[in-house]
Design a protein around this ligand. Structure first.
Ligand code: A2P
Ligand code: 11C
Length: 337
């Protein structure tokens, strides 16, 4: 059967990818409803070669859709997710708004597809943060095999994580500087992003961490279903357009060798293993435009008996957002709707 699918935030960076990936994966769409604010209502998006009018979300009758893919920001999800859910539309929400509510499943299909069943609680499923998704796809087989007690991670996150405006801001700053012109002081980021790195993603919290760093901590525990895993994160914005990289350092409960980790990752769903050190993946050359999580630089931590280091790279807009949401929808229609 086919399903009516609404995409909220259809004109945004993730929204456009949602529409493209629905087509690429041949998701059984009966009718597509692209939704945005009144600002871009009346414009069009292209789906399967046809132009479809963008609808103002305020005027949309949610009973027309069976599945809603939401990516217009947390405050927008807060308004429309309950309306959609009450009208019988299952919401897959790509914002942080519902992620930490105990009765809302938070799902990475390769890791905890079983949790999708809990969509019945509120007709809402949350899609995790991009930096959490790629890390857990890589760590899941290791956690299952020997248990992970602690994760130390530093991220190298592209500007596309902050939306279309941020992509334009990096291009603009770079062009200004290359032309010998000063950049505006009030930019999209807290500091100049072109030719710089910024150790702040999202807002600072009272404990001194940023919200992006705490998302990795909260979401890892919820998705693995294990509150004993410690996550120590530093999240950094780098002047890359698409793709996030992560230096991940884990401590395992039982010892595991580099060769065993490689054997596990060679068979792991959604993972591309780069076995040789010199074949390491990068955002630009390996991950951008792809749906898999690329893992390389696997080595023993010389400072810790049960320590393993990995370099994990993925396209944050695809596996980190749009592709993961659509994979959730694929499980939903296969097993539940
Ligand atoms: P609009 O084009 O009408 O502003 P990005 O993450 O790339 O910045 O995109 C944000 C997406 O969320 C856009 O599609 C934007 O639509 C949409 N959006 C923002 N605010 C609202 C709102 N109040 N109602 C519906 N859609 C919204
Ligand atoms: C970034 N991780 O790279 C953020 C974007 O919680 O869904 C995703 C924010 C979120 O800026």
């Amino acid at each position: 059967s086919q399903y009516n699918v609404a995409v909220l935030g259809a004109t945004g960076l993730v929204g456009q990818h949602l529409i493209e990936i629905l087509e690429q994966r041949d998701f059984p769409v009966a009718e597509l409803f692209p939704l945005a604010s009144s600002r871009s209502a009346g414009g069009t998006v292209t789906f399967k070669g046809k132009k479809i009018k963008v609808i103002d979300a305020e005027t949309f009758d949610w009973s027309q859709a069976q599945i809603g893919l939401f990516s217009a920001g947390g405050s927008v999800s807060a308004i429309y997710a309950p309306k959609a859910a009450d009208a019988g539309c299952v919401v897959i929400d790509n914002t942080s708004h519902y992620r930490y509510e105990h009765d809302i499943p938070l799902v990475v299909p390769e890791v905890n597809a079983h949790a999708i069943a809990d969509y019945r609680n509120r007709n809402i499923i949350a899609n995790p943060n991009c930096s959490t998704i790629q890390m857990l796809v890589a760590l899941k087989p290791i956690h299952d095999a020997v248990g992970i007690s602690r994760i130390n991670v530093a991220t190298y996150q592209s500007v596309s994580g902050a939306g279309q405006d941020a992509v334009e801001a990096l291009a603009h700053e770079a062009a200004q500087l290359m032309n010998g012109r000063p950049i505006e002081s009030e930019g999209k980021f807290a500091r100049q992003i072109a030719f710089n790195v910024i150790p702040q993603i999202d807002v600072f919290l009272d404990n001194g961490y940023t919200k992006e760093e705490m998302k990795m901590h909260w979401e890892t525990q919820k998705i693995f279903g294990d509150d004993s895993i410690a996550v120590n994160a530093t999240a950094v914005r780098v002047p890359v357009f698409f793709g996030h990289a992560e230096a991940v350092h884990i401590e395992t409960r039982m010892p595991i060798s580099v060769e065993q980790v490689k054997a596990l990752l060679a068979d792991a769903p959604g993972v591309v293993l780069l076995e040789n050190n010199a074949d390491f993946p990068t955002q630009v050359c390996s991950a951008a435009g792809k749906d898999e999580v690329f893992v390389g630089r696997i080595r023993q931590d010389l400072s810790h008996e049960n320590g393993i280091n990995l370099w994990v790279v993925a396209d944050n807009i695809r596996k980190g957002a749009a592709t993961n949401s659509i994979q959730i929808a694929e499980h939903l229609i296969r097993d539940y709707l």
